[in-house]
Design a binder for this molecule. Structure first.
Ligand SMILES: *Cc1c(COP(=O)(O)O)cnc(C)c1O
Length: 516
């Protein structure tokens, strides 16, 4: 085994067409360095700082004093810096290049927002501080709530949910509380379209509902007849994404809302794709009862890599009384956080992600109402540019008419080439692009969902389209082998994703033995 593979998972035996691309002597590739685990490079004898031995009073530790060395690896300062810089280079990032992950809205995160979020009055406060000392922070939350309500045309908002999926949970808990308050316990089902994001049925199931799928029409929208047939006195809510995950506006959304309300159910709208319509459409006007807004998508707060998100939920008049604690009220002495339980308690320990509130608010103020609308229009324009530039080499899933913020292709154009959607996506990595969203939505075979966002320039869009066009020609030109071996330039090349998901190695032992 080559030196570079010591202590790392073994590579699947792939044929590498260009041996120079392997960089197998010490694991480096071009200017990208290999990096071992901290436990492999660090040692108990090394440290970046000199600390005096602490004068420890064992009685403070209630008999829990450590009897053996802690076993954490020490590193010198340059080793520590290099470790994290090298790891950071193994990830794609929106700061590196286009990140066309459909449904994820990977847009630029303006640095102005970062500057505001780091101001001491926001960054250094504690959730248990007396409210009289955090009036500015509460005022920002109150203003953010005001603009979220204004942009959606909804009367109430719960700021505390920490992600889109958490917002879905909040919305469905409010819906359940509303039905319970009416004494209506018979509603056991939630309807979701076949194109729904996986979090929708997962949330409904988590709350204890049975999930029933609504069919989709040939042009990618909710099938109204199927919806009408499935609505009934046992349905608590429908969950519909708009624009939907095929990148299309739900043309019949007002009728969807009407049918839903007529059946006594509530309309949950998955608002993760709000970026495409903000400033142009107010979900409240469409009859929506609850909708989460991913601040980390539409309002440009950073995401990816599992960092903090924020998924505030706007609520209709009917659901507002069931919002979770806390909420902000104006009193004679200033702003206060009310903590009463109005139905199902609270979504998290405190009030939500303050840093994300600051970033989202800074984004709103720096764009203004006209700028937010322009962002939505440009997001749609960019997606349509991609759809137009690639539709002659790939097959658009819904070729008729424009798309909204993302362009959806299927894999009919790869038929007979021996190249799959996955292979094609892997080859994009070798060209310096993060793959598009693959195999989602499930209703489209071999789906490739491309969301460029509004923050990409015409030049970057052209660079991306050129890469896709050349790769498409190679796939159709019989170069299947190259695609099967891709990515060749990535640090670990092609991974066995099924094995990684089913049997992840989560711990490391000094002997090198791994425990799964
Ligand atoms: C991103 C997304 C979600 C989930 O949001 P998280 O913040 O990742 O929990 C739900 N639905 C759709 C359509 C999304 O794009």
């Amino acid at each position: 085994m080559a030196m570079a593979n010591v202590g790392r998972p073994t590579q699947p035996d792939l044929e590498i067409s260009d041996s120079a691309a392997q960089g197998a002597i010490a694991g480096g590739r071009g200017l990208l360095q290999d990096e071992l685990l901290l436990f492999e490079v660090g040692g108990a004898d090394r440290t970046g700082v000199d600390l005096e031995d602490a004068a420890l009073d064992a009685s403070d530790l209630a008999g829990l004093t450590r009897t053996a060395p802690i076993g954490l690896p020490g590193l010198s300062e340059p080793e520590a810096v290099r470790h994290y810089v090298r790891l950071s280079q193994k990830n794609h990032a929106i700061d590196l290049a286009l990140y066309p992950l459909g449904s994820c809205t990977m847009k630029h995160n303006p640095r102005l927002n970062e500057k505001a979020a780091r101001m001491a009055g926001f960054a250094d406060i504690h959730p248990l501080q007396p409210v009289s000392t955090v009036q500015g922070a509460l005022q920002l939350m109150d203003q953010l709530a005001h603009w979220l309500k204004t942009l959606t045309g909804m009367p109430a908002v719960a700021l505390s949910p920490k992600a889109g999926a958490h917002g879905e949970l909040c919305g469905l808990l409010a819906i359940r509380a509303a039905h319970e308050a009416k004494g209506d316990a018979a509603r056991r089902r939630v309807l979701t379209p076949t194109s729904a994001h996986g979090t929708n049925p997962a949330t409904a199931a988590f709350v204890g509902y049975e999930v029933t799928e609504i069919a989709q029409t040939a042009d990618g929208r909710v099938d109204l007849a199927d919806l009408a047939a499935k609505l009934g006195p046992d349905v608590a809510a429908i969950m519909v994404t708009n624009p939907n995950t095929c990148g299309l506006f739900e043309r019949d959304i007002i009728e969807i809302a009407r049918l839903t309300h007529e059946a006594g159910a509530y309309f949950y709208c998955d608002g993760a794709n709000f970026n495409a319509i903000v400033g142009r459409v107010r979900p409240g006007d469409l009859g929506v009862d609850a909708m989460h807004i991913n601040l980390h998508k539409t309002f440009s707060t950073p995401h990816g890599g599992g960092g903090p998100g924020a998924g505030p939920v706007v609520l209709s008049q009917a659901l507002a009384p069931f919002a979770p604690a806390p909420w902000i009220v104006h009193s004679a002495s200033g702003l206060e956080l009310k903590e009463e339980d109005r139905g199902f308690g609270r979504m998290c320990a405190f009030h939500g992600q303050m840093g994300m509130f600051v970033r989202a608010y800074a984004y709103m103020l720096s764009h203004g109402a006209d700028g937010l609308r322009q962002a939505a229009e440009d997001a749609v324009l960019n997606a349509n540019y991609i759809k137009a530039r690639l539709s002659d080499v790939m097959t658009a899933a819904f070729p008729d008419g424009p798309c909204m913020h993302e362009a959806l292709f299927d894999d009919r154009w790869l038929e007979g080439t021996g190249v799959t959607t996955l292979d094609f996506a892997k080859a994009m990595i070798d060209e310096g692009f993060h793959p598009m969203t693959m195999y989602f939505p499930l209703v489209v075979h071999g789906a490739m969902l491309i969301e460029p966002t509004e923050t990409e320039s015409r030049r970057e869009l052209d660079r991306f389209c050129e890469v896709i066009r050349v790769l498409a020609a190679a796939a159709k030109g019989g170069e299947a082998k190259r695609f099967k071996a891709a990515p060749q330039m990535a640090p670990l090349r092609r991974l066995d994703e099924t094995l990684a998901a089913r049997k992840p190695r989560l711990t490391w032992r000094e002997s090198g033995a791994t425990v799964s």
